[in-house]
Design a protein. Sequence first.
Length: 486
Amino acid sequence: MLTGFLILFPLIAALILFFIKGEGAKKVALIFSAVEFGFALMAYVWFRNNTMDALTINCNWVQSLGIKFAVGLDGISLLMVLLTTFLVPLIILSSFQTTYDKPNSFYGLILLMQSALIGVFVANDGFLFYVFWELALIPIYFICLLWGGENRAKITFKFFVYTLFGSLFMLIGLIFLYNHTGLDTGIKSWAINDLYAAGRSLTESQQTFVFWTIFIAFAIKMPIFPLHTWQPDTYVTAPTQGTMMLSGIMLKMGTFGLIKWLLPVVPLALEKWGGVAIGFAVVGIIYASCIAIVQKDYKRLIAYSSIAHVGLIAAGILSANQQGVQGGVIQMMSHGINVVGLFLIADILMRHTGTRDITKLGGIRSMNGQFGVLFLIIMLGAVALPLTNGFVGEFLLINGVFQFSAWMGALAALTIILGAVYMLRSYQAIMLGEKKSNEVTFGSLADTDKAVLIIVCIAVVAFGVYPKPLNDLAEPAVKALLMNLK
C-alpha cells in the first residue's frame, strides 16, 4: 500500500495547496514534499528488508478490458522514486527568492506533477503507465504557459504538440501489444509481464513496428536528435523551477521507459534496429555539445548540455548490456541532481546580475568566493571528474556502448572532452578574471539558495566517492531485465 500512498499523498497535498492563499503556500508545499521524501525513504527501508507485499498493489480497475491498478517497486523504479522525492523539495526551496503570481496554483501544480511522475515510475500496467504519462504533461504545460517568459504561449504549444504526438505513437504500440495478449487463453491483459510475452511472440517485422512507435515517444521526451527541437526554447522560457522539473525528473520518464517498456518487449527489433537508435543518440551527443560550446546564454548552454548527457544515457541503455543499462540508471540519478544545481546557478546569476549572458559576466569569484566553490563542485560533477557522481555513470555508459560498437563508443566518449570544453570555458568566463562592467554586482547568497547548492554538492561528492548504495539497488533489477531480454 505504501507505493499507492506515494502517488496519492502529493495529489492530496496539491488539492490542499489550491485552497491556501498567499506566500505561505510555498512553505506548506515544502513541508508536504519533505514528508513525501520521508515516505520514499521508508519504501527504501522496506525494500531492503524484502517487505515486498507492502510495496505492491494489483487490483482490477476496468476488468472487462483487462486493465488493473497495478503498481510496484523494483530497484530501478525505487531509484527513480527516490530521485523524484529528493529533488522536489530542493526545487521548491530554490524558488523561495522568487515571487510568483498565484503561488498556491504554482506549487500545487508541482506536487500534482510529482504524483504523476511517481505513477509513471511504479506502474506495472500498460494502460496505467500511459495514463500517468499523459497526466504528467498537464501540470508542466500550465507551469510553462502561465509563469514562463517571452513567447511562452508559442513555445509551450510546440512542446505540448511534440509530446502529445509522441504519446499517441506510444499508445498505438501499446494497443498493438495488448491485442496480441491472451492468444492462448482469450483473455486480454495490459499487465506488464503479459505485454512482455506478447512482444516476444511477435515476428521481427511486427516487433519493428512496436519498437519505433514506442521509441519515438521516449525519444521526444528525453529528447534525442532529431526530435529535440522543442527542448532548448522550452527550457529557457519555462520558469526555473519548471525547467528543473523538466530536466531533473521528467526527461527520466523517457530513459526509464527505454529500460522497462521497450528493451524487454521487442528483443528481435532491438537487435536489428538498436544500432540505428544508438546512432541517433551519438549524433545528438556531438551535435548538442558543439552547439553548447558557442552559447552565450548560460541557461541555454545547460539545456544543450542536457541533450548531450541524455544522448549518452540512451546510447548506453540501448546497448543492452550490464554496464550500459546499469550506467544509464546511475547516470539518470546523477544528471538529475547536477542539472538542478546548474539551473539554480543560472537563476542566481540572473537574479544577482540581471543577465545570463556569459560575455557580460566575469570576476564573480572575487565578489563571492563561497558561490565560486559551490559552482565549481557542481560543474565538476557535470563534467564527470573522478570522485564525483557524474563519473560513475559515464564510465559505465561509455564501457557499455564500447562493448556494442568500438567506434560508437569512441564517438560517445567525446562527450567528456566536449563537455569539459563548454563547462570549463563558461565557468572561467563567469567566475574568473576581471569584471566586464562596474554595473555588475554580486552580493551574498540567500540562505535558501545556499542550502540547495550545499545539498547538491554533498550529493555530487558522496555518490562519487561511494556509489555502492545506488549500484546495489540497480544491479539485481538490471540483471533480471537482461535475463528477461535474452
